[in-house]
Design a protein around this ligand. Sequence first.
Ligand code: NAX
Length: 328
Amino acid sequence: STSPVKVAVTGAAGQIGYSLLFRLANGDLLGKDTPIELRLLEIEPALKTLEGVVMEIDDCAFPGLAGVVTGSDPRKVFDGVNLALLVGARPRGPGMERGDLLEANGAIFTAQGKALNEVAADDVRIGVTGNPANTNALIALSNAPDIPHERFSALTRLDHNRAISQLAAKTGAAVTDIKQMTIWGNHSATQYPDIFNATVGGTNAAEAVGDQEWLESTFIPTVAKRGAAIIDARGSSSAASAASATIDAARDWLTGSAEGDWVSMAVVSDGSYGVPEGIVSSFPVTTSGGDWTIVEGLDVNDFSRGRIDASVAELTEERDAVKGLGLI
Ligand code: NAX
């Protein structure tokens, strides 16, 4: 029998956690034959709620679940973890300025970066879902000097999946017919979903759509503002879809992206596509054996260039702000 893969989830008592934990315990990450041990981190006041969630997990009698550890001390919960899914974050409260938000999250992600640096397994991979995801990942990696920067990523897979779904609906294709979708930049309203390099049933997607007006006025805003549309309709933010994308991203990172396709991940830039080195920005990547590689040589037309630059400008502002706060 294989020893269990230790998977940490922060913010485990939250909305996303309520879907994510059950998907992980069910074997949706690495298959039903790979046992998983869950390491669940919450803040003290949420531990009672978390206890209730763990009771429900117990009640599912998941065959592949090797154990559950809960706690509020990242140094204990992250001990020996192979994968850390950093979901918990501080939401923006009433009257909170952007700087306050970056500072509150800075405290969380500096502490968690340091704890991972000290106690995580040597092969640890860290995926950040909690917002502002790109900058939280930058803060965490900057506070974990012994973990290679390539081991950190921020989630833009939900945006990627949303873009695939919208393009499939527009073209009447199946989602499986859509390949090579890319989200560039920040997981925010400035993100750029790029269909110029995507294909629909083997045909260039922009040509298949043939409608720049739809691209600019419908597709891009629908994908970029989907989170707000869901809050409006559901009364709370995307949770099950965010959990599903968190699993998709981690699964592909650990087990490899499909041949002839790529995925979107926010990773530390090496300067590719004119994105300043060192910021955490979304790129098209292929993955294999726990490593990612930016897909190089894609055509970036003037329209795409402008959109990518705008989102990257927002990321460099966020980086400068957290640098100013002494968080990185
Ligand atoms: P919830 O507010 O339901 O849950 C967050 C949980 O995190 C709470 O239970 C809270 O107690 C916990 N938490 C706060 N600080 C913590 C700390 N220091 N250590 C451990 N746990 C801590 O939010 P939920 O809807 O689950 O969303 C979680 C995060 O995902 C938010 O930041 C949200 O903005 C972000 N999202 C990111 C998405 C993405 O695509 N990257 C999409 C969905 C989601 O909006």
